[in-house]
Design a binder for this molecule. Structure first.
Ligand code: DC
Length: 232
C-alpha cells in the first residue's frame, strides 16, 4: 500500500531555521516544499521596485491592484540543493533575501488583501497532499486541518547570529545589532498584527531548537511524521 501523504505545517518566529528544516524534511519524504515567507517577500520586492513604500510605509491603495499581476512559483534546484523563488518567471531568490526586503516585509504582511491573495495561492499548492509549508499562519489559517503542525522557536540572539552568519557567508556586509533589531522588530509585528498574527495553533507541537543541531531537529520531526503516517 502506498504510504499515506500528509500536510505538514511549520510555523514559528523568523530566522529560527524553519525553512532549512522544512526543506530537508520535504527532501527526505519526497514532498513538495513551499516557503510562504518568500511569497510575502516577493510582494514586498514588487512594492519596493514600484516605489510603493515611501518612508517604509506601504501605499496600500496602490499595492492592492498589483496583486492580480503577481504569480509566484517555486522550483527545486537539484544542483544547489535549494528552492528557487520566481516572480512571473523571473528568478528573484537572491533579491528577496536582502536586508532591504527583510526590513520592509512585515508591514506588507499586515495588509489583509495581501494575506488573502497569498493564502489563496498557498491553498492551491496543498490540493495534492505530500507538502511541507512553513510560515507564520500555516497551522492556524492556511491549513487548520494539517495532520502535523509544528511551532518552531529559538532565542532572538541565537536567531540573529544564524542570520548574520548566513548573510556573511553570502558576502553581504552586515551588522549584528542591526540584524538583532530586525529579528526582534519582526517578532513584535508578526505577533501583534490584527490579521493572522503569529500564534501557536492549539494542536501544534513546540520545537525550541536553541540548543539542538539540525540533525537532532530533523530526527525528532521525522519520528512525528512516522507516528502519523503509520497510524501508531
Ligand atoms: O519566513 P520569512 O522571514 O522569510 O518571512 C518574511 C516575512 O513574512 C515575516 O516578517 C513574516 C511574514 N510572513 C507571514 O506573515 N506569514 C507567513 N505565512 C510567512 C511569512
Amino acid at each position: 500500500m502506498a504510504e499515506k501523504k500528509i500536510i505538514i505545517a511549520i510555523d514559528g518566529h523568523s530566522s529560527c531555521g524553519k525553512s532549512t528544516m522544512s526543506k530537508s524534511l520535504a527532501q527526505m519524504l519526497g514532498y513538495i516544499y513551499i516557503d510562504s515567507g518568500a511569497m510575502y517577500r516577493v510582494v514586498t520586492l514588487v512594492a519596493l521596485r514600484k516605489g510603493l513604500m515611501p518612508n517604509g510605509e506601504p501605499d496600500v491603495a496602490k499595492i492592492i491592484p498589483e496583486l492580480k499581476n503577481i504569480k509566484i512559483t517555486f522550483q527545486w534546484d537539484e544542483t544547489q540543493g535549494k528552492n528557487t523563488t520566481f516572480f512571473n518567471g523571473e528568478n528573484v531568490e537572491e533579491e528577496i533575501r536582502q536586508l532591504k526586503v527583510s526590513q520592509n516585509v512585515s508591514p506588507i504582511s499586515t495588509i489583509a488583501e495581501v494575506r488573502h491573495e497569498m493564502v489563496k495561492q498557498q491553498r492551491e499548492n496543498g490540493l495534492t497532499k505530500g507538502i511541507v509549508m512553513d510560515g507564520r499562519d500555516i497551522g492556524t489559517v492556511v491549513f487548520p486541518d494539517a495532520e502535523l503542525k509544528i511551532f518552531m522557536t529559538a532565542s532572538p540572539k541565537i536567531r540573529a547570529q544564524r542570520r548574520f552568519d548566513e548573510l556573511k557567508e553570502k558576502g553581504q556586509n552586515v551588522d549584528f545589532d542591526e540584524i538583532l533589531q530586525n529579528v526582534e522588530g519582526r517578532d513584535k509585528i508578526d505577533s501583534n498584527r490584527a490579521v493572522s498574527p503569529l500564534k501557536r495553533a492549539d494542536d501544534a507541537l513546540i520545537l525550541d531548537n536553541s540548543n539542538l543541531t539540525r540533525e537532532e531537529q530533523l530526527k525528532w520531526t521525522v519520528e512525528k511524521v512516522k507516528e502519523i503516517t503509520s497510524g501508531r
